[in-house]
Design a protein around this ligand. Structure first.
Ligand SMILES: [Zn+2]
Length: 880
């Protein structure tokens, strides 16, 4: 095939034409929808003029009228990707009529059919599948949308903005007209038509605006909206209090859709959500689901300002809205629940997923320089690392300074499409600081490595930290200039007490317990004075920068920090590093066929952790969970999948047997039949209880299997039920089959629960997992056109089941290649997202490398590959 075109940031040009307003009329039907678009267009004073280029794909053109006159075929040029209209005046009206087929749209971009619904997904470039339009975020127009459809099939008709008027039409049809007064780019356009239940509530903003809140779901799910509604109200209040951002329309709507490529979408006033990110009841949703829903409802709501009112100039600026909004949702979740649990979760995800991306062939900066398919750049780098970058800005200028900066950013750029440079400029201007060097975080890819050495001078009572930095080469960038890195540190004395900090040469301020050091050069020294005894440093507190820290702390020091660090995040982190050291030692034992011996040091520290169970159960369960197999693999030069699995299983079993009595007692005390409520305390208790149950199962005691079954049966919530099922599904025996069968029988009517049932089977470490998955792909409840099914079965197996996916015979790789080839014809975005598991092929032994490359080659050889998959497979194979 011919290589698809690459787009470069350096080629950006302002739009030649601007659209003042667009009037869209839809005659909706699943088989064929007629779209009439009437645009008021004018030349952009800053643009270059010339022909008018409109984007458009997979649409049938009926007619084009310019100022009311039908254009002849020779007055425009059509191609597979758009329409070019020549000789246009300075200011004119353009009316375009097109036909589209929602029924046939399995890519789920543009207007498509999901169940009995018609709905849209336009970010990033879906609008061009609806009509011909300048489909780029820097063209912002006022939209008026009229929807007409069959009244019985589609009693609900929704679009962005406020409802203006509705009425009856002939032939059993009805219509509704919506108007959004806020100019917006086409990617924020949305419509929904269907037969849905509407759950209503209201919210009064700080300035007294009455806002109707409406959540639309399938009728059978009408009892599952309360949590999303409560989360929405929490988010609206939080954003007023924390960022002074107020909602700006009369109605805010959320619609739950079963077939959706992403989690959710922030379309102005009409958020469209993957049903799994809206629906919750104690019987069907776990604590993780509740937590995720609260966070995603917040995230999409926060976009109303960070994304919609101020949007991105071009798609290279995607992190402008996503990095900032992820930071906002992380802050929100931390405020609603537990700060340290939130931070641990965010850092875990960053280290496991984003550091791996940075180390692989798809490594790209937070602001990429080029792309073939923008859908491939909705990545952990753009989102999660982007959030870390904004978080570092906040650390550098302080909370109050950051708020001054964001206020200025919103004031300056309201109604505009801007860049990450504009964001940083507002933080700079509000705080009178120079962040020129800091901006390298946006343009340089890779995870920096910060090396720390400490030196104590007892006679002068001085302690010097020497920090140095480097960053490995990434594709397209071999040399990196030094980053501006905030490193927050504290010092502890030998008894574990925090020591007051004062830097040399500093005008005497009040000594503080922790300090943020700013590393700007390749290396720098920071000397603390009046340090009365040799300290133990607590480094990178709260994970103050997205870097790998090399501190050369021995296991005894890590054990000390695990017990005493004043920063709870670092306490957890010290425990993780200690566990990694020990696990990698066990892997070496495994490789040399020595007996696996767990050092007492770790077991002693774990004994101490139990003491905290009552005061901080959330932290205890985080501390008891060992680093994941994927993260351990990333710590090795050549990942030993089997060795890691054996070592981790052995360590879990050793801990389980040593502390069986403690786990038993804790389980008993936490296993109350309390009514389900979603709050941080109850969630922490359920979490710890189920961590205990997992360890009890790891003892190998058959009684524990019965306990799992009993918990599944007696649970009054899905969290406890799933915890039991997950453990049973991971253990061979007749109980497994019975439990899986009866669980399915009980919950087969509920899509979200069926996806969980698929997930536990896909994640099972038992050797028959792949055979089982192949069987499940033919199950009547499973469809390859449903992204949630694909993610639950294929995604979970390939990403979160390393021991089976990386089976030595290559069966996991071959399976993934086959699935991607099939999926690519149905849904390129979802197909491309599953590719990640093959990206790190360099990390494995020679035999696995060969098999992984063979799988990649199978994909590359497929005829008519999508741009999405083409871009990724080409980059992976080019990784030499
Ligand atoms: Zn977002």
């Amino acid at each position: 095939m011919t290589a698809p075109k690459e787009t470069f940031l350096a080629d950006y040009q302002v739009p030649a034409y601007l659209i003042e307003s667009v009037d869209l009329r839809f005659a909706l039907a699943a088989a064929q929808t007629r779209v009439v678009s009437k645009m008021q267009i004018q030349g952009n004073p800053a643009g270059s003029g010339g022909d008018l280029a409109l984007d458009g794909e997979h649409i049938e053109l009926v007619s084009v009228k310019l100022d009311g006159r039908v254009l002849a075929g020779n007055e425009y040029q059509r191609s597979d990707t758009g329409l070019l209209i020549t000789h246009v005046p300075e200011r004119f009206t353009l009316e375009i009529e097109t036909l589209i087929q929602p029924d046939k749209n399995t890519a789920l971009e543009g207007l498509y059919h999901s169940g009995s619904l018609l709905c849209t997904q336009c970010e990033a470039q879906g609008f061009r599948r609806i009509t011909y339009y300048p489909d780029r975020p820097d063209v912002m127009a006022v939209f008026t949308v009229t929807l007409e459809a069959d009244k019985t099939l589609f009693p609900i008709l929704l679009a962005n903005g406020n409802l203006m008027v509705r009425g009856e039409a002939s032939d059993g049809k009805h219509w509704a007209k919506w108007h959004d007064p806020h100019p917006k780019p086409s990617y924020l356009f949305a419509l929904v038509a269907g037969d849905l239940h509407c759950q209503q509530d209201s919210f009064t903003t700080q300035n007294g605006r009455e806002v109707a809140l409406e959540i639309y779901v399938d009728h059978e799910n009408s009892h599952k909206c309360d949590h999303a509604l409560r989360s929405l109200k929490q988010a609206m209040t939080w954003d007023e209090e924390t960022y002074r951002r107020e909602y700006d329309l009369d109605v805010f709507m959320i619609v739950a859709v079963n077939d959706f490529n992403m989690g959710a979408m922030e379309n102005k006033g009409l958020n469209i959500f993957n049903a799994s990110c809206v629906l919750a009841s104690p019987e069907t949703a776990t604590d993780d689901d509740y937590y995720t829903i609260q966070s995603i409802v917040g995230h999409e709501y926060f976009h109303n300002w960070s994304g919609n009112r101020v949007t991105c100039r071009d798609w290279f600026q995607l992190s402008l809205k996503e990095g900032f909004t992820v930071l906002r949702d992380q802050q929100f979740s931390a405020d609603m629940n537990s700060e340290v649990v939130q931070r641990i979760g965010d850092v875990n995800q960053l280290r496991i997923m984003q550091f791996a991306e940075d180390a692989g062939p798809m490594a790209h900066p937070v602001r990429p320089a080029s792309f073939i398919e923008i859908s491939n750049f909705y990545t952990v780098t753009i989102y999660e690392k982007g959030a870390e970058v904004v978080g570092m800005l906040k650390t550098l200028v302080g909370n109050a300074g950051f708020r001054k900066g964001t206020d200025l950013y919103f004031d300056r750029h309201d109604g505009q499409a801007v860049t990450t440079d504009d964001f940083v400029a507002a933080i700079e201007a509000a705080n009178d600081v120079d962040l020129t060097q800091f901006k390298r975080w946006y343009s340089q890819a890779g995870t920096p490595v910060v090396t720390v050495k400490g030196d104590y001078d007892a006679t002068r009572e001085r302690y010097t930290l020497t920090l140095s930095q480097s960053c490995p080469a990434t594709p397209d960038q071999t040399e990196k200039a030094p980053f501006h890195i905030p490193v927050t540190v504290g010092l502890l004395d030998k008894s574990g007490q925090v020591m007051p900090l004062q830097l040399e040469g500093e005008v005497a301020e009040e000594p503080t317990d922790s300090r943020t050091l700013e590393l700007r050069d390749a290396a720098a020294e920071f000397t603390f004075i009046n340090v009365s005894s040799e300290p133990v440093p607590s480094l990178l507190q709260g994970f103050s920068a997205p870097v790998k820290l090399v501190a050369q702390q021995d296991n005894d020091t890590l054990a000390f920090l695990m017990a005493h660090d004043s920063d709870n995040f670092n306490r957890w982190d010290a425990g993780q590093t200690l566990s990694i050291n020990i696990l990698l030692g066990l892997v070496a034992d495994y490789q040399q066929q020595r007996a696996l011996a767990v050092p007492e040091l770790l077991l002693t520290q774990i004994a101490a952790v139990f003491v905290l169970a009552e005061s901080d159960p959330a932290l205890v369960s985080r501390m008891l969970i060992l680093p994941s197999e994927n993260y351990l693999a990333a710590q090795q030069k050549v990942a030993d999948v089997d060795g890691i699995h054996a070592a981790r299983t052995h360590l879990r079993k050793t801990i389980a047997q040593r502390f069986k009595a403690e786990f038993e007692a804790l389980y008993q005390s936490l296993n109350t039949q309390k009514k389900y409520d979603f709050n941080a305390d109850d969630m922490a208790q359920r979490d710890l209880k189920n961590v205990c149950l997992a360890y009890l199962m790891a003892t190998g005691d058959p009684m524990q299997t019965q306990r799992c079954l009993k918990q599944m049966k007696q649970a009054n919530n899905m969290t406890d039920r799933m915890a039991g099922l997950r453990l049973i599904a991971d253990q061979a025996g007749p109980e497994r089959e019975t439990a899986l069968r009866s669980f399915y029988e009980q919950w087969q009517h509920d899509r979200q629960v069926v996806d969980k049932w698929l997930t536990v089977q896909a994640q099972s470490n038992l050797p028959d997992t792949l055979i089982r998955i192949k069987g499940l792909l033919k199950h009547p409840a499973v469809s390859m056109t449903n992204p949630n099914n694909v993610r639950a079965l294929i995604g979970q197996f390939c990403r979160n089941n390393p021991v089976n996916f990386h089976a030595k015979d290559g069966s996991g790789y071959a399976f993934l290649a086959e699935q991607i080839c099939q999926l690519d014809d149905l849904n390129p975005q979802v197909a491309a997202r599953q590719m990640g598991a093959l990206g790190a092929w360099r990390q494995y032994d020679a035999e696995r490398q060969a098999l992984m490359k063979q799988a990649l080659q199978t994909i590359a050889d497929k005829k008519s590959l999508s741009k999405d998959v083409y871009e990724i497979v080409t980059k992976y194979l080019a990784d030499k």
